[in-house]
Write a protein that binds this ligand. Structure first.
Ligand code: ADP
Length: 270
């Protein structure tokens, strides 16, 4: 054993360790910064509807003898409350997705069920926007995952597709087996997304067109939830888009074989 070699090896190891520690510290700093930003953004987003509700309540007080005015203010309070509800719901989903440690409760999930539920949840929204919702592609595909998380993710894509589409257009949800994966694609014929925005839309609270998104009632959290939900399932999200032509968001997930029906038999016989 050559002592010079040993000492060279030791200093090499020490250097590597220092590098690792530095990397760890900067990663920690990055995470801390992200957390601070999230809290700041969240507080800012919550302040707007809360402020509106308190102003509207004052307006109701001073319009007490004008029932028509009171009704208008009251319905605006309901709208702001609904927005607050959506916002807090999404913040909770995102924080659950970011903190819960993984796939412990994952089981076989039928993509048919995910697609059907996400479409059904947005049928009324599509109807009032005059958008036709369609589904197609492969049936009987399964992934290992969490049904509710997947319904929420695909549902967010469907909601966006409707939100950013003109009346009379179509939104499609398609399922395609690709080797060991399944692709769930939500396509629209809407406003599309510019190339520079495409890189940022998955960030929390990012909106391509702040003014329009606010008017359409977006939270800027939908796609962030889609991204985290997909990653939690070992998959990835792809986006194709052409401004004023439309967009397609595709969740690519690892696929599993259809579960044996006897597994459920055994459970029910017990
Ligand atoms: P939001 O709640 O504002 O829709 P998201 O995180 O779901 O937030 O989306 C971020 C931004 O990406 C939106 O504000 C919008 O500008 C853009 N976007 C998302 N989906 C679409 C789509 N299907 N067509 C056009 N723009 C979209």
């Amino acid at each position: 054993l050559d002592p010079r070699l040993v000492s060279a090896r030791a200093s090499e190891l020490a250097a590597r360790l220092t590098l690792l520690i530095i990397r760890d510290v900067t990663e920690q700093e990055r995470l801390d910064q992200m957390r601070r930003d999230f809290v700041a953004n969240t507080s800012h987003e919550l302040k707007t509807p809360v402020g509106a509700v308190s102003l509207l309540a004052e307006a109701i007080e001073s319009a007490a003898d004008d029932p028509a005015q009171v009704r208008i203010f009251a319905s605006r309070i309901s709208a702001e409350a609904a927005r607050l509800g959506q916002l807090t719901g999404r913040i909770m989903s995102l924080s659950r997705l970011q903190t819960a440690d993984g796939a412990n409760d994952f089981g076989p999930v039928a993509i048919d069920e995910v697609v059907a539920a996400s479409i059904e949840a947005h049928a009324v929204q599509a109807d009032s926007a005059g958008v036709e919702l369609m589904r197609g592609g492969d049936r009987g595909v399964f992934v290992r995952g969490d049904l509710q998380i997947l319904i929420e993710a695909v549902g967010n894509l469907v909601a966006n597709a409707i939100l950013y589409s003109p009346t009379g257009s179509r939104v499609g949800v398609g399922v395609k087996i690709e080797g060991e994966t399944v692709e769930i694609a939500v396509s629209d014929q809407g406003i599309g997304i510019s190339e520079s925005d495409r890189e940022r839309i998955f960030e929390r609270f990012y909106r391509a067109d702040e003014a329009r998104s606010r008017r359409t009632g977006g939270t800027g959290l939908g796609l962030s939830i889609v991204k985290h939900a997909t990653q939690r399932h070992g998959g990835e999200v792809r986006v194709w888009s052409r401004p004023s032509r439309g967009s397609t968001f595709t969740m690519v997930l690892p696929r599993i074989d259809a579960p044996m029906p006897e597994t459920t038999d055994r459970k029910t016989k017990k």
